[in-house]
Write a protein that binds this ligand. Structure first.
Ligand code: A2P
Length: 295
């Protein structure tokens, strides 16, 4: 699995296709991270069908998609996966993740909020969904399966019964939330950590969110290496052993974000960045779904 991939969360329609095409054909990316809930898989698929002119060209790229929370019922899992494959115009995925360990009421509304302001849940246990995901591997629709946004306790439970083990836990990781305990536990159990929001997901609607790219300590380290703050944040995460998926739809930034293999942060710089942690979450469903998921 290539350690650096292009993220596509919040990649805008009419921009995401160009971004993926540029990443694959000009910037040297070999890994694209997708999800049904990003609502842009069809546009990405049009690019894949253009770029993958041979079996070898397809096989050279690592592609992830994710099962959305409304599709957790085992009877819906294969259909959801096939829909992503159809949109992405692929025969198989390299990796399919359970996007969150929570089942929403199945239906057209992908975030069904009840009158009480809380998300409407469905009674589906994680193990039921996981067993249905294992079937996808057996059917050859996906090469491997994993999870996203899982906590240690959720991973501990999952690996107690999984016949096909999760290969990845994709979670929010950046210096303001370094997730050391979660990464160490995953590592001990042969589960790789993929870091989403590695740049602190700037430009989101929340004006109170801290601006990680503007952090003075990050900027000072960037200056010392003649690199950008974004490059330092990506490099820090790679040196921790993570797979990193910065999102961008801007050609220069897509290029900049992969140009991180020609420098190294020293121990002192790593320690300084590690010291910025205060478990801050940019992505917290308690704000959107009324579920205090991470506590
Ligand atoms: P854009 O897509 O307009 O280039 P994250 O991956 O942490 O969620 O961050 C994604 C956000 O960071 C997007 O708003 C993206 O903007 C912006 N971004 C991506 N790469 C860079 C970069 N090298 N410098 C500054 N901002 C960046």
């Amino acid at each position: 699995m290539p350690t650096l991939g292009l993220g596509t969360w919040r990649s805008e329609p009419n921009a995401v296709g160009n971004a993926v095409q540029y990443a694959l054909t000009q910037a040297g990316y070999l890994h694209i991270d997708c999800a049904a809930i990003y609502k842009n898989e069809a546009e990405i698929g049009s690019v894949f069908s253009k770029v993958f002119t041979s079996k070898a060209a397809r096989e050279n790229v690592f592609i992830t998609s994710k099962l959305w929370n409304t599709e957790h019922n085992p009877k819906n899992v294969a259909n959801a996966c096939k829909r992503s494959l159809k949109d992405l115009k692929l025969d198989y995925l390299d990796l399919y993740l359970m996007h969150w360990g929570i089942a929403f009421e199945h239906g057209k509304n992908l975030e069904p909020i009840g009158k009480d302001g809380k998300i409407k849940r469905e009674k589906v246990a994680i193990h039921e969904t996981w067993f249905a995901m294992e079937e996808l591997v057996k059917l050859g629709l996906v090469k491997s399966i994993g999870v996203a946004n899982f906590t240690n306790m959720m991973l501990l439970d999952l690996i107690s019964y999984a016949q096909i083990l999760p290969v990845v836990n994709q979670v929010e990781v950046h210096p303001y939330n370094s997730q050391k305990g979660l990464r160490d536990f995953a590592n001990d159990n042969n589960i790789a950590t993929t870091a989403y929001s590695p740049l602190g997901t700037p430009g989101t609607a929340d004006p109170t969110a801290p601006f990680l790219l503007g952090d003075e300590k990050v900027k000072a380290i960037a200056l010392a290496h003649n690199k950008s703050a974004a490059q330092v944040l990506i490099r820090w995460s790679l040196q921790l052993g993570n797979i990193v998926i910065p999102k961008s739809t801007t050609a220069e930034r897509i290029k900049e974000n992969i140009n991180v293999f020609d420098f190294e942060l020293n121990e002192d710089q790593m320690t300084k960045l590690n010291g910025l942690n205060y478990n801050y979450r940019y992505v917290n469903p308690s704000k959107w779904w009324g579920v205090d998921y991470f506590n």
